[in-house]
Design a protein around this ligand. Structure first.
Ligand code: NDP
Ligand code: 8X3
Length: 257
């Protein structure tokens, strides 16, 4: 087993959902964590709870991954502290709205493209060179089953996750000859704040997405991430797709409504 104990993991979007659960699980396993997010109160709370619970080192940076300067500031600060992340988890992301392309809101498209694609690229560009210089490290990109199959009214969100799939493959090609590994973890429906954000705070509408079956929990995805990270250095799992048992594809569900 390749332990995460004593390593440094940078997890973007750790104020809720998958990022928060992953931060907790890695810290529980002795990993030091660097967490990010825009909501200062939630970030601070996660920082203090995890630090107290597990006694590992925690650094937190409150910023928007859409801002290249702020991504670069994070990388500079880590470099000044002489920290090279052993693990980078590109998790920060969102869906904003769900509508036919001919009715789509440009501002929502830009938010998804800027966060899910450009934010992932900015962070990767700022952090990956130090991992390559050290010739070790593991990048985990959180994609989605929405990046394998499109669904009605998913259009631009689907496109951003197809882009994550392509970038994950491209990063792996460009890392050939190094010991740095790269994997995209692509979940189906997971009950987090994802749908509340997608439906702009409409809790009722969000709840309906997870009605009649057991969705994935954020912790299930954290387990999968830890599994991938714990494989031996000569093993590179490049893609892991996971659905709830009640969902076999973006179209095939077993819902008891
Ligand atoms: P949550 O809404 O619970 O978490 C999203 C996280 O991303 C939050 O911590 C949020 O923090 C952060 N975030 C969003 N936008 C930005 C930004 N511009 N800058 C910095 N941080 C940002 O949803 P999930 O945990 O479900 O989502 C995590 C990832 O998993 C996303 O990439 C999503 O696409 C993907 N995914 C989710 C699935 C699901 O069904 N839930 C399934 C497949 C993939 P803050 O608001 O504080 O900035
Ligand atoms: C989130 C899963 O199916 O809502 O990526 O797009 S889905």
């Amino acid at each position: 087993m390749n332990s995460v104990r004593g390593k440094w993991a940078l997890i973007t979007g750790a104020t809720s959902g998958i990022g928060k659960a992953t931060s907790d699980l890695l810290a529980k396993n002795g990993c030091n964590i660097i967490i990010t997010g825009r909501r200062a109160d939630k970030l601070e709370a996660t920082h203090h709870i995890i630090e107290e619970k597990y006694g590992i080192k925690v650094l937190s940076y409150c910023f928007d991954v859409r801002n290249l300067n702020q991504c670069a500031e994070l990388a500079n600060d880590l470099s000044e502290r002489e920290i090279v992340p052993d693990i980078l988890i590109n998790n920060a992301g969102l869906a904003s709205g769900k509508s036919k392309i001919q009715e789509g809101l440009i501002a929502e498209w830009e938010k998804m493209i800027d966060t899910n694609i450009k934010g992932l690229l900015y962070i990767t560009r700022c952090i990956l060179p130090a991992m390559i210089d050290k010739n070790e490290g593991h990048v985990i990109n959180i994609g989605s089953t929405a990046g394998h199959t499109v669904y009605p009214e998913g259009n631009v969100y689907n496109a951003t996750k197809f882009a994550v799939k392509a970038l994950n493959e491209a990063i792996n090609l460009d890392l050939a000859g190094t010991n740095v590994r790269c994997c995209s973890i692509d979940p189906g429906a997971a009950e987090t704040e994802f749908s509340v954000v997608r439906f702009h705070g409409d809790e009722e509408k969000a709840k309906k997405v997870y009605k009649g079956y057991t969705p994935l929990a954020a912790e299930d995805i954290a387990d999968a991430i830890l599994y991938v990270l714990q494989t031996l250095p000569h093993v590179n799992i490049t893609n892991l797709v996971m659905y709830p048992t009640a969902q076999r594809s973006v179209y095939v569900w077993d819902k008891k409504l």
